[in-house]
Design a protein around this ligand. Structure first.
Ligand code: SF4
Ligand code: SF4
Length: 297
């Protein structure tokens, strides 16, 4: 194990050269009690709905050293995904390739290029990603619960390196800047957003991606059948969101899909439309269940 010291400016420059639009570093200390308690209350209230995996691995989630023994520094990065053109009905984040593949590949390159040792994560382990992004100074959590990067909005995938090396400098968290704004809460058609608290049981994004089984009778999908961006799009900070990587842009084939074609989508067409896509999370059956909910098609 290389136990040397990282130069934080070099790490950030390497991250920029790999397409990450933000990068910050923090000491790999256990999560503060206030953060742990907030998370526990959210779970105890049942707001994580059917995502039972969020209940497990508390020790690993709260203590970086339990997840990666010997870790000294957490490096948090953000990769932009905002599509220039958006295929209707599908969330912005799922228009192109599966972010797990794209982000992980770049995280591994970053690890190599900075000469660090440790592990990379992107939505794949018990890591509170938004906490670490905030702690590393990337941004703050808005009332819609997503991370807002100053001057860049919220359409970013987050990734982390948990490394064994110290850094010559660490970053500081930013203060939240929502002020008196409540636009995201007002834009939510399902009443899923309390202040910085998402009730996944009512969230269209959760219901169309993770949820198995029937929908709550009083939640209407309207024109969305995979994910939901209404709270994100209502946020004034989104005006500044950079365009996402080419990998996250939709194909011409996906953009050409017409509303009536979705209802008749075959499994073979599904495979052609979504090669290596995050939409595989719902699968063909899940997508068709969602499409069947749309009244206006
Ligand atoms: S994703 Fe949609 S349903 Fe979920 S909180 Fe945001 S606006 Fe509400
Ligand atoms: S819409 Fe307003 S309240 Fe919601 S996250 Fe954006 S700035 Fe904050």
């Amino acid at each position: 194990m290389n136990s040397g010291c990282l130069n934080s400016e070099t790490v950030k420059a390497k991250a920029r050269s790999l397409g990450f639009v933000a990068c910050g570093l923090a000491p790999a200390l256990p999560l503060p009690a206030v953060v742990r308690e907030r998370y526990r209350r959210w779970i105890a209230g049942g707001c994580h709905a059917g995502m039972s995996y969020l209940e497990r691995n508390e020790r690993l989630r709260y203590n970086p050293d339990a997840l990666v023994p010997g870790v000294r520094t957490v490096i948090s990065v953000a990769l932009p995904y905002r599509p220039l053109r958006q295929a209707a009905g599908i969330s912005m984040y799922a228009q192109g390739q599966d972010y797990h593949l794209v982000v992980r590949q770049r995280l591994r390159r970053l690890m190599q290029e900075i000469g660090a040792t440790g592990r990379c994560f992107t939505d794949t382990a018990p890591v509170l990603e938004k906490y670490w992004a905030w702690r590393c100074g990337l941004g703050w959590q808005g009332r819609h619960t997503q991370l807002i990067l100053p001057g860049m909005g919220s359409t970013h995938f987050l990734g982390e390196l948990f490394v064994h090396q110290r850094s010559d400098q660490y970053d500081f968290p930013l203060s939240p800047c929502c002020g008196s704004c409540r636009r995201c809460q007002e834009a939510c058609p399902a009443g899923a957003l309390a202040d910085k608290c998402l009730d996944a049981r009512r969230c269209i994004s959760y219901l169309t991606i993770e949820h198995r089984g029937p929908f709550p009778p009083d939640v209407a999908l309207e024109d969305t059948f995979y994910g939901c961006d209404r709270c994100l799009k209502a946020c004034p900070y989104m005006k500044q969101a950079p365009v996402g990587l080419p990998e996250f842009q939709p194909s011409d084939r996906l953009l050409a899909m017409q509303p009536h074609q979705w209802k008749q989508l075959t499994e073979e067409q599904y495979g052609q439309l979504f090669p290596q896509s995050a939409i595989e999370r719902a699968g063909y059956q899940g997508l068709m269940r969602n499409i069947a909910q749309l009244d206006r098609l």
